[in-house]
Write a protein that binds this ligand. Structure first.
Ligand code: TEU
Length: 530
């Protein structure tokens, strides 16, 4: 039965709430808007929605600067609209996953106001305060992810506080037991409201070197890279004490049936897999971002799938992600044709897929005029092309005013091609990426091999990657052509092939295939096998 747990079988759909649907004419998406669009998610066939932060926030970092962990920002709605969303989602058998941001709060959080008020305030130790270095200046060389020193001097008490991101995002001190308990209680607050799980923001940052030693220089740093790359982030994150914290979070969730703990982790595979925790006491799904940073070539992709599969701990369930609100859109990274290959792979590899809103349309990165930039990282380090706004633009729903997203000017511009690249138009087009994505999801949901089946690599060459998924007698073969040219591969003996179930280019469904498999340029196939 464990195989059937929803978060193993299902598909997670990420919603950036500012950009899904505006319901109150302020140009920004909201919870009521998401509720009104749940039909899209059931039509598509996904199982869970993960919503980026919706808590009260001064919005210095799109809501990843939380001023109150137990309420909803009026921009997005209220606890009532949240309850209504959960009820409607559950009525449709959709799970709801919240973004939990425990590494740092907003500097406007009441806890921080107390903490900074005096050195002996009871909440002083809830944040990370240090004296200036002996000669003056910041306590160590750590750099903020958004550029510049990670230390901010606070005149009132003559100490520095640590912030891994903006100075408006002071890091919380997870070594303090009261802080931990307060955060665990926050998890219970939402679990009691019916939330089905959490995506935990920068979970690998929570525990830092207690001695706060300097980070060493990064020999691979080249000018033009973001500031954060200047040092190797060895001491400022990924400290082994994290496993105790993960186990603590899991204990909180495990007191409720069927909840999921997802962790955001940007680390190499061998470090990433440790976040399953000893004896799987950690995250259920440490987010696997390998495909985001991959070189888009058959051999490279096959190698990283193999490495990941090999390094997974016994019983650890895999997962795959193609894009998110911090990364360039997949369609822009690999092109429209290959984005269809990517979708086929995401939805047929072994592991829980997370689909980023808009990727089902092949949404491209959207050019943001300079006067409309919102991302603080882009503002801090302009000109490097690191701004994340291009991936956060409004969902285009139809051909009506502002693509049906809002009756007023949206907070970020729409994709230029929204007249044709929108849900309503693409739904009617049997060749669209939306139609393909929906078919892939339906195929996956119908077939045990594609959801919980074993993964076995079959073949790789310079252009083509073929793998098999198998659950008992039921098998599927997936063949992906990473090149724009036709390719023919000879499959190894033993593959008993049946009919083509789906082609990314269409037109071949039902065709019988043999040991010599022909793929058109940019074509991916799912083939029935026995
Ligand atoms: O992201 C963490 C994170 O590491 C990224 O910001 C990263 O630095 C960047 O995208 C390069 O890959 C999380 C959230 O997803 C992000 O939106 C927040 O800004 C950040 O944490 C701070 O909460």
């Amino acid at each position: 039965m464990a195989e059937r747990t929803w978060w193993k079988r299902g598909i997670v759909y990420q919603i950036y709430p500012r950009s899904f649907q505006d319901s109150n004419r302020d140009g920004v998406g909201d919870l009521e808007g998401i509720r009104q669009r749940l039909d899209h998610l059931t039509w598509l066939g996904v199982d869970a929605l993960w919503i980026s932060p919706i808590y009260p926030s001064p919005m210095c970092d799109g809501g990843y600067d939380v001023a109150d962990y137990r309420d909803i920002d009026p921009l997005f709605g209220s606890l009532d609209s949240f309850d209504a969303l959960i009820a409607d989602a559950h009525a449709r058998d959709l799970k709801v996953i919240l973004d939990f941001v425990p590494n740092h709060s907003s500097d406007r959080h009441a806890w921080f106001a107390e903490s900074r008020s005096s050195r002996d305030n009871p909440k002083r130790d809830w944040y990370i305060w240090r004296d200036p270095a002996p000669g003056g200046g910041p306590p160590n060389n750590w750099i903020s992810n958004f550029g510049g020193s990670a230390w901010q001097f606070d005149e009132a008490t003559g100490q520095y506080y640590y912030h891994a991101f903006l100075k408006e995002q002071p890091d919380l001190n997870w070594r303090n037991p009261q802080l931990r308990e307060a955060m665990f209680d926050t998890l219970r607050f939402w679990l009691d409201r019916g939330v089905d799980g959490f995506r935990v923001d920068v979970i690998w940052h929570l525990m830092k070197d207690p001695e706060m030693r300097d980070n060493p220089p990064n020999p691979g740093y080249a000018p033009g890279q973001p500031d954060i790359n200047r040092l190797l982030q060895i001491h400022s994150a990924d400290h082994p004490d994290i496993y105790g914290v993960l186990a603590g979070m899991r204990q909180v969730l495990d007191a409720y049936p069927d909840r999921v703990l997802i962790g955001e982790i940007y680390l190499p595979i061998e470090r990433l897999v440790t976040y399953y925790g000893p004896d799987l006491s950690g995250a259920h799904l440490p987010f696997n971002f390998q495909l985001i940073h991959a070189t888009w070539r058959a051999r490279d992709i096959e190698a990283l799938v193999r490495e990941y599969e090999e390094k997974l701990p016994e019983g650890g369930w895999p997962n795959w992600v193609l894009s998110n609100h911090d990364q360039p859109r997949i369609a822009t990274r690999v092109g429209q044709a290959q984005a269809r290959i990517a979708a086929m792979m995401l939805l047929t590899l072994r592991g829980t897929p997370t689909l980023y809103y808009g990727d089902e349309l092949g949404m491209p990165a959207v050019h943001i005029p300079r006067d409309r930039v919102q991302d603080p990282w882009e503002k801090n380090e302009p000109g490097l092309g690191i701004g994340r706004d291009p991936s956060r633009t409004p969902m285009p729903w139809d051909r009506s005013f502002n693509a049906g997203f809002s009756e007023v000017e949206p907070w970020l511009p729409l994709n230029q091609d929204w007249h044709t690249r929108n849900v309503a138009v693409m739904k009617e087009d049997p060749t669209s990426t939306l139609t393909l994505t929906r078919r892939l999801i339906a195929l996956r949901n119908e077939r045990k091999s594609l959801t919980v089946g074993r993964y076995a690599p079959v073949l790789v060459d310079d252009h083509v990657f073929v793998y098999r998924r198998e659950a008992g007698d039921e098998q599927a073969l997936v063949a992906l052509n990473f090149s724009g040219e036709d390719q023919t591969v000879t499959l190894p003996q033993g593959a008993q092939l049946g009919a083509v179930l789906l082609s990314t280019l269409g037109g071949r469904e039902g065709e019988r295939t043999g040991a010599k498999l022909h793929l058109r340029g940019h074509e991916g196939l799912v083939i029935e096998a026995h």
